[in-house]
Design a binder for this molecule. Structure first.
Ligand SMILES: Cc1cc2nc3c(=O)[nH]c(=O)nc-3n(C[C@H](O)[C@H](O)[C@H](O)COP(=O)(O)OP(=O)(O)OC[C@H]3O[C@@H](n4cnc5c(N)ncnc54)[C@H](O)[C@@H]3O)c2cc1C
Length: 444
């Protein structure tokens, strides 16, 4: 132990840009191995806008590894309140096309995690400050403006604009570290410093309008868990979000309108989407956010001592809940690689493995599947989709087979990867067990 303490480490600390799920989770996973990190967050507080609410099984496994799963489950809605995902068309009172019944995994610790992103990052932040004082420091109002490599290649630096308040303005400061990790989201400054403003992929024309909705009609009409509405005009996803009749409704609209124009069309959209086709006086709307959608991925997730993770490296449309799940898998994978290098179990080039493999996983699976998911709800014909869409056929088959459904929901996914197999100390090469080509991290 004493000998370990004196062992020379290949780096001292990691600077992480962004206190979103990727950045905070990475800091927690590093701290568990005694690796200090400094998390720099541009805004004065955590970002709690309406975004993710569901995270597939691969993410759940990393939440457990980070020691936050119990805290998450304690505030999540119970599994019984989110026991199925269904696909419906609007006609015939939202006729169900197919249902994925998840009650067979309700008692399993790896089951999907359901919690609004704002609450998730609060749990991560609380754990960081309460349990890892001295190892994790989070500084708000510290905006990374540019990054660079240290001379000699043994580290990296960030220049930061520190917000000193309305009177004093901003102070520019340089922070150095062994590694800098850009977890600063889709508009990442770290990525733009490395590669400029352009990055390969697509920005979709349509917008999504996301809102919290209180409506007792969901329960009256026996909706449970998540629902995808397959419709060329009003495609949507609806998910139970909390106790007391709170649901999250996300639907698409054409591009090019003002926010006011989108909101003026909302009663028409919600009347089509919600069970019972209610008028505005029958439901209540809370917080609302309007987003563009993109599917884009950076050319490289590592340049020297600077790495990218999460939305900073790749973004996808929300159909299928792949965005944050990918961010979580990046954080888990990168933590394993940095820990391996720090503890002398791996060479520095394990970080190239991280960069190559996580990018490949995104391109081969996440990009392809999230685009298919989006096309399924927005472009497929709701009257023929059950026959024309292979994935819907798979779901239909699963309906009657609980054992296969359990495997489908819980098995090792093709988007997961165990980087510890590249440790020098690993005596068995673990095979990546890809179970299911179609994968069902689709549950959003
Ligand atoms: C409507 C919607 C629904 C979604 N639903 C799901 C879902 O159900 N499941 C799922 O898995 N994913 C979902 N996603 C995607 C998910 O929200 C993102 O993939 C996830 O938030 C990415 O995490 P991140 O930490 O990489 O980036 P972010 O969450 O964007 O965090 C980045 C952080 O960096 C900070 N930052 C930015 N610039 C700087 C800078 N220059 N210096 C310092 N800090 C900076 C930001 O303020 C922010 O706090 C959804 C997204 C949307 C829009």
């Amino acid at each position: 132990m004493e000998q370990n303490k004196q062992q020379k480490r290949p780096f001292e600390k990691v600077v992480i840009a962004g206190a979103g799920p990727a950045g905070l989770l990475l800091s927690l996973l590093l701290a568990k191995h005694g690796i200090p990190s400094l998390v720099l967050e541009a805004w004065p507080a955590l970002d709690t806008r309406l975004r993710a609410t569901q995270y597939g099984v691969p993410a759940t496994r990393i939440f457990r590894q980070a020691g936050i799963l119990d805290a998450i489950r304690a505030v999540s809605i119970p599994a019984s309140a989110f026991s199925e995902i269904s696909w419906r068309r609007i006609a015939n009172n939202h006729e169900k096309l197919v249902t994925l019944d998840m009650s067979c995994v309700a008692g399993h610790e790896d089951r999907m995690t359901v919690i609004p992103l704002g609450d998730l990052v609060k749990i991560m932040y609380q754990k960081a400050v309460e349990e890892f004082e001295g190892l994790i420091e989070v500084r708000f109002g510290w905006r990374v403006v540019v990054v660079g490599q240290a001379e000699g290649g043994e580290g990296a630096w960030v220049d930061v604009d520190v917000d000193l308040g309305p009177e004093e303005g901003v102070r520019r400061e340089r922070v150095e570290a062994g590694f800098v990790v850009g977890c600063d989201g889709a508009g990442s400054t770290v990525r733009k410093t490395l590669f400029g403003h352009e990055w390969p992929g697509t920005t979709f024309d349509q917008r999504i309008i996301v809102q919290n909705v209180w409506y007792d009609g969901f329960e009256k009409h026996s909706w449970n868990g998540g629902t995808y509405i397959v419709d060329n005009d009003t495609w949507a996803m609806v998910a139970r979000r909390g106790k007391a009749g709170l649901w999250r409704v996300t639907y698409g609209d054409v591009g090019g309108l003002t926010d006011d124009e989108y909101l003026a069309r909302r009663p028409y959209r919600l009347e089509k989407i919600l069970p019972g086709h209610p008028k505005p006086n029958e439901y209540q709307i809370g917080e609302t956010n309007i987003y563009k959608m993109h599917n884009r991925c950076v050319e490289k997730m590592r340049v020297g001592r600077i790495l990218l993770a999460g939305d900073a490296a790749h973004v996808c449309n929300p159909w299928g809940g792949y965005g944050c799940m990918s961010a979580v898998l990046d954080a888990g994978g990168l933590a394993d690689c940095l820990v391996g290098y720090y503890e002398g179990k791996a060479d520095e080039n394990i970080l190239d493995k991280y960069a190559e493999i996580r990018r490949e996983k995104w391109i081969k699976y996440v990009d392809v599947r999230s685009r298919k998911n989006f096309d399924r709800v927005s472009k497929a014909d709701p009257w023929t989709v059950m026959e024309t869409d292979k994935f819907m056929g798979i779901l239909r088959e699963l309906e009657g087979d609980e054992e296969k459904r359990r495997a489908f929901l819980l098995n090792w996914s093709s988007i997961e990867y165990d980087f510890t197999q590249h440790y020098k100390t690993a005596n068995v090469q673990k095979e990546e067990q890809v179970v299911d080509e179609q994968d069902l991290r689709l549950v959003r």
